[in-house]
Unconditional design. Structure first.
Length: 341
């Protein structure tokens, strides 16, 4: 999506290419996948067939993906899901245990150690819960049996999602070839995300880093690689700014309407925001650009200004509440006092 921005900064979102909604029989779709993946990644078709012969469709994955969306929780209900004393203590212990590796990555990339730790804490509880499904089964199921709601207005999105997972399945084969991984043994989420940072195969291939120079990118058990890869994702995908702020609390002046841009690209100058009634309630670096953020809480609304590094966190998961949870958890891990929920 394009940001709602001043004319000088606005850009239209690129139109999605058309997609054929005509149903394709499974056998044909599977054969096309084998042919295309073999050609694209230089993998023997017989090898792909041998792996797919071991893949299993999992009804539990279809059920999980079909689950009706829960009501959007207000911030005061969402925050306690991720910011608990146990998770804060776990993050502090994890940071202390891996301080040397994290400090090296922070010095190299500019991404603070506590932010990297907070991502791992939110995604996998510091590596203790990285999923229970074979990645092969998850991607195979969603690549060829992505659930259909029967609603014609949702069909295009459902077909696009299926094609997304089909591409990720192909990327899994490429990843296996590049990293010499047995793709039949990898474990991850029901959506096919894997490792301590929950990378999809395409992100693993694009942003994964060999953090210790051993010639491998192991995002499952090699902490050097995990930390370096998460930081690299923030820098390359999100444009992380070394030493930059993430977010500061703000106020909305009486008589001004709440402004909710369509995404969190920080394109508004402080004078722009002031004209809309938004004023930072904490020091802000002069010349900063930001985006307004509103969060529902028990007392009404919280207002914040998010900077480039807040936007970077939303590239990991496109949710302002996710990004705020990661930010506030990172602050708590670093020993800073949190604002009330």
């Amino acid at each position: 999506m394009a940001p709602v921005a001043p004319a000088s900064a606005a850009a239209e979102a690129p139109a999605l290419p058309p997609v054929d909604l005509t149903p394709v029989p499974f056998e044909i779709a599977r054969a096309n996948f084998v042919r295309d993946t073999a050609a694209k990644y230089g993998i023997d078709a017989a090898q792909i067939e041998a792996v797919l012969a071991q893949a299993q469709f999992k009804d539990a994955i279809v059920t999980a993906m079909s689950r009706p969306a829960e009501r959007v929780k207000p911030w005061n209900e969402y925050r306690p899901m991720f910011i608990t004393q146990a998770r804060i203590d776990g993050g502090r212990n994890f940071l202390a245990q891996h301080r040397a590796e994290l400090s090296k990555v922070e010095a190299t990339t500019g991404v603070p150690a506590q932010v990297i730790v907070a991502i791992i804490g939110v995604e996998t509880s510091y590596g203790s819960n990285a999923g229970k499904y074979r990645v092969l089964d998850a991607l195979y199921t969603l690549a060829f049996r992505y659930p259909r709601s029967g609603d014609p207005t949702k069909l295009e999105r459902e077909v696009r999602r299926e094609l997304f997972f089909r591409d990720e399945l192909g990327q899994l084969f490429a990843l296996g070839k590049e990293e010499q991984l047995d793709v039949t043994s990898l474990i991850g989420s029901y959506a096919g995300a894997m490792g301590m940072g929950q990378f999809m195969p395409s992100s693993y291939r694009q942003f994964g880093v060999d953090g210790d120079g051993d010639g491998k990118r192991n995002l499952f058990t090699d902490y050097n690689d995990v930390f370096a890869s998460i930081a690299n994702y923030f820098v390359k995908k999100g444009g992380w700014v070394r030493g930059g702020q993430v977010a500061v609390p703000a106020t909305l002046a009486a008589g001004h309407e709440e402004f909710n841009p369509t995404d969190w690209t920080p394109v508004y100058t402080l004078p722009d925001l002031s004209a809309r009634g938004y004023h930072p309630a904490a020091p802000v670096v002069a010349g900063s650009t930001a985006t307004p953020i509103s969060l529902d809480d028990a007392n009404g609304k919280q207002y914040w200004l998010g900077f480039q590094n807040f936007y970077a966190i939303t590239r990991y998961n496109i949710s302002k509440m996710y990004a705020m949870a990661v930010f506030q958890l990172s602050e708590a891990i670093a020993g800073k006092e949190l604002p009330p929920a």
